[in-house]
Design a protein. Structure first.
Length: 411
């Protein structure tokens, strides 16, 4: 703890940001529904956040290098806080789309600041413990934040104010993190053609994760509301889907290190596919069955991004791992832009059950593509693989560096 203590302010800041972001994602969908927005309109608003996030991933390191960590964080936190309050002042789809786009850009930068700062401060001795605490903070903050929604209620100004307060208060611990900011991080380079050349399967897989998992995060509350869940039940439904992601992360990752990683990707995809079918055709409006279904869906679907990233790194040459990390995050963002938008139109026309029909179709196509890739390319043997499976957050390109053990440092 003596080694980790200097990092506690940064970890507290990360918890506030992750919790506020997780709260806002669910709350905005439900509040938009209450305001009379159509499902397709809510999907467009969700797309705005992901567009902003993709833009932020590209430009944030330039900003950090220009003005430093703390100034970048302060500016982005202030903008994101103002955008949250602005959504209450101007309740209109166009303004909400603009504010969510702005928030996506800001959160991409905020997470990049925290994670690049953490990465600069951890040592080889504290890296694993810091990462474990960070993952615990992530899981706990997102799960607990969901229950502020039924506790406070989606009507009124309170939740807008709570999100704005969280973003403002996140400035306090990071301001005490250190007397001086770390050195500016190296600029993140994007070479999207490189990732496709390295691993077409990983590229498509990251897009699929964006198409499906991000759609669940954006439209899951709409689905649960559409089948008659209470606000508390919606919070539980979303929490279970998110929390389940940690259950199979390490078992699947462990076996992916020992076997052909594409087999594990196929197993995880099939598990999420089967869970989607279960929710659509078996669970119906039964709360317990939906809880079981979404837990299984999250357990298999959430590790897919980490598995695809590990598969891409299996094929990457020395010096390419940082580019692969940036590319996987960008392609995930691209899928996250399209997924909620397309699925929201399906929900408008076919009702809430269309959400998991959509995910099963996408996952089914990906299973076919995975089998095709396995037939045309040999797998990478387990022994010579340099990188190992790492449980990755889709927060910034710096998380993959934070998650890398000393023997597998990113290039």
């Amino acid at each position: 703890m003596n080694d980790i203590r200097p990092l506690i302010p940064l970890l507290i800041t990360a918890g506030i940001l992750i919790g506020g972001n997780g709260l806002q994602g669910t709350f905005i969908s439900l509040r938009a529904l209450q305001e009379g927005f159509s499902t397709s309109t809510i999907g467009v608003i969700g797309t705005g956040y992901n567009i902003g996030f993709a833009i932020g991933c590209i430009y944030v390191t330039r900003i950090i290098r220009s003005i430093g960590h703390i100034r970048t964080f302060s500016a982005l936190a202030a903008i994101a806080s103002a955008a949250s309050i602005s959504m209450l002042l101007a309740i209109h789809p166009a303004s909400w789309f603009a504010m969510r786009l702005l928030q996506g850009l800001c959160f991409a930068g905020l997470f990049a600041v925290v994670e690049s700062w953490l990465n600069a401060r951890v040592t080889n001795a504290t890296r694993a413990r810091t990462l474990s605490v960070y993952r615990f903070v992530d899981l706990g903050a997102v799960t607990l934040a969901q229950y502020l929604i039924p506790a406070v209620g989606i009507s009124g100004f309170e939740l807008f104010a709570i999100v704005s307060m969280a973003l403002t208060l996140s400035l306090v611990p990071i301001s005490f993190a250190d007397r001086s900011s770390p050195e500016a991080p190296e600029a993140v380079r994007f070479d999207l053609k490189l990732l496709w050349k390295v691993s077409p399967l990983a590229t498509v897989g990251c897009i699929v994760v964006g198409l499906t998992n991000s759609t669940f995060r954006s439209l899951g509350p709409i689905y649960a509301d559409g089948i008659g869940f209470s606000v508390t039940s919606i919070a539980t439904f979303m929490s279970l889907g998110i929390f389940a992601g940690v259950v199979l992360q390490y078992p699947l990752g462990h076996y992916s290190d020992k076997l052909d990683r594409r087999r594990i990707i196929l197993i995880a995809t099939f598990g999420a596919f089967a869970a989607g079918l279960f929710i659509t055709f078996v669970a119906g409006t039964n709360e317990l069955l939906n809880y079981v279904g979404i837990f299984i869906f999250g357990a298999f679907a959430m590790p897919l991004y980490s598995l695809c990233s590990a598969h891409a790194n299996d094929h990457a040459a020395p010096g390419q791992h940082a580019l692969v990390s940036a590319g996987t995050l960008f392609f995930w963002s691209a899928g996250a832009v399209v997924g909620p938008l397309f699925a929201s139109f399906m929900l408008d026309y076919f009702g809430p059950q269309a959400l998991f029909i959509y995910t099963t179709v996408v996952l089914g196509v990906f299973m076919v593509y995975t089998l095709l890739r396995m037939s045309v390319r040999e797998g990478v043997p387990a022994t010579p693989r340099r990188p190992r499976f790492r449980n990755l957050l889709r927060t910034s390109t710096f998380f993959s560096k934070l998650a890398a053990p000393p023997s597998e440092k990113q290039d």
